[in-house]
Design a protein around this ligand. Structure first.
Ligand code: NAD
Length: 492
């Protein structure tokens, strides 16, 4: 991991110190130690990166798809080889456990694997004789420079929902990692360089809002892929679309988990606890509301309280730790305030987690797993994203009421159902208004060959990240109609 005072940008294959005078500290959330300083790049750095990408694109787009994927194959090998180092970097800058960080990098690698199928994924369509002597066909071509703007919570994985597909389709890329977790991508772009992508095909610009806005406004950027909070996703979508760019913007979430009385108690409790408290709740697929139907409350409430109270909280690098700290002291304060707000609004504190002290890590930003019971339906904790290890409990009488509750929320990232009933599962799958559905699963994260399908306020755009959606997003269709009258060009 770099110890340089200020992280460099990567432009045209070279590490370049940012021109920006302003930097912010990147701190280890478990220890509060300063790991690096990240420059807040602005329009000048973005312009240099976009120019390098634009120039590289002209050559890269001419490379046949079968050859474009050769560096991707090498990148997969390098990511695998460096998986431990990358996972440790994620844990240090983000706080999640090493096992979670390894899982994250595995997901990144899976996206590289899928993108390696681009020669067939990018194939066109052909219709012979749409009229006599006339053929029509569709080909897919790259768009140009693709900008990828990332959040802090999966610094190793989220860029890979987009980057391998953008490159495989023949685009060049500018990545802007989260300023709170910029270290892992700094390591990854070094591996990208080693994998043999031509200089300029992948550029990295560190920074925050000013760098994002410069990307949204730069006429040389063709596409914007964004993942972050809903407020910023909405801003990114509106501004980039107004500038004529193709945009996909994934936002926040508030994911309900519905528990029917016939669900398997032990399995459901374990899965719900992992969903709510895994990654310290800082996951767009974290279950944040557990809604019991009828008698399920009787067994679920004590079981989840026990699971929360016994979860081992600590530094993600230490053995046996099940939950790390949250990202910043400000995030901890915000989460604690939300918990207090829930109690003020009438919820009961079934398990009270705030300000968990962890031996040996007095300066870490720890919040213990928290369960709020009987959360009022209209309260802030029931309707707003908390993005911390907080699970609200609610009760309803029927599965229809539960579905109504799911569909009444503003977000639509994920909804899950726990049951042994196929009939209930089919009804839920059909009616629930969310783009990712889990049945007896608590984190319904799509595999790389499926799109990451957020709905409602969790997504702005049409085509999602990953799989075929990403291929369609990073390519534009061209339809060609050809007339070849008989006898015109026969030379034999
Ligand atoms: P964030 O919105 O604060 O930041 C995301 C990116 O936007 C960062 O690169 C940041 O530098 C930039 N940014 C921040 N403020 C900006 C502004 N005013 N103008 C322009 N750019 C700005 O999000 P975060 O805190 O890093 O990540 C957590 C959020 O991301 C949560 O809401 C979570 O649900 C969401 N998320 C969603 C998904 C999904 O798939 N839907 C996945 C992961 C995270």
């Amino acid at each position: 991991m770099t110890r340089d005072p200020s992280l460099p940008n990567l432009i045209n294959g070279r590490s370049v110190p940012a021109l920006a005078a302003e930097t912010v500290e990147v701190r280890d959330p478990a220890t509060d130690e300063v790991l690096a300083r990240v420059p807040l790049s602005g329009a000048a750095e973005v312009a240099a990166a976009v120019e390098a990408a634009g120039t590289a694109f002209e050559t890269w787009r001419e490379v046949p798809a079968g050859e474009r994927i050769q560096p991707l194959f090498r990148l997969k090998g390098l990511l695998q080889e460096h998986l431990d180092e990358l996972a440790r970097s994620i844990t240090r800058e983000n706080g999640k456990t090493l096992a979670e960080a390894r899982g994250e990098m595995q997901r990144a690698i899976e996206n590289v694997e899928v993108a390696c199928g681009i020669p067939s994924l990018l194939q066109g369509e052909f219709s012979e004789d749409i009229a006599q002597g006339i053929d029509e066909y569709l080909i897919r071509q790259p768009l140009g420079v693709a900008a990828i703007i990332c959040p802090f919570n999966f610094p190793g994985m989220i860029p890979f929902w987009f980057l391998p597909y953008a490159l495989a389709c023949g685009n060049a890329v500018v990545v802007k990692p989260s300023e709170r977790c910029p270290l892992t991508m700094t390591l990854v772009v070094e591996l990208i360089r080693q994998a043999g992508f031509p200089p300029g095909t992948v550029n990295l610009v560190h920074g925050a809002a000013a760098a994002v806005d410069a990307l949204l406004d730069h006429p040389g950027v063709a596409t914007i892929s964004f993942v972050g909070s809903t407020a910023v996703a909405r801003h990114v979508y509106a501004r980039a679309a107004a500038n004529g760019k193709r945009v996909q913007a994934q936002g926040g979430a508030k994911n309900p988990l519905i528990i029917l009385p016939d669900a398997d108690p032990a399995m459901t409790t374990r899965i719900v606890a992992d969903s709510a408290f895994g990654n310290a709740g800082q996951r767009c697929l974290a279950g944040s509301l557990a809604v019991t139907v009828g008698e399920a409350d009787g067994w679920f409430r004590p079981a989840i309280a026990e699971a929360a109270a016994t979860r081992r909280v600590g530094c993600g690098l230490d053995d046996g730790v099940e939950m790390g700290p949250v990202i910043t002291p400000q995030a901890r304060e915000r989460i604690e305030a939300m918990i207090q707000r829930g109690v003020d609004d009438g919820a009961g504190a079934a398990v009270d987690g705030p300000r968990r002290s962890v031996t040996g890590y007095a300066r870490g930003y720890f919040v213990g797993p928290t369960v709020l019971s009987d959360v009022p339906a209209a309260s802030t904790v029931a309707t707003s994203e908390i993005f911390g290890p907080v699970l609200g409990l609610m009760r309803v009488d029927t599965v229809e009421q539960a579905i109504q509750l799911v569909n009444g929320g503003r977000y639509g990232n994920m909804a899950c159902l726990f049951t042994r009933s196929g009939e209930a599962a089919r009804l839920f799958r059909h009616r629930a208004q969310a783009g990712n559905i889990g049945i007896n699963l608590g984190v319904a994260a799509p595999m790389a060959f499926f799109p990451f399908s957020g709905w409602k306020d969790s997504f702005f755009g049409t085509l999602h990240g990953q799989g075929r959606h990403a291929v369609e997003f990073f390519s534009q269709t061209k339809v060609v109609i050809e007339r070849w009258p008989k006898g015109w060009s026969r030379t034999f």
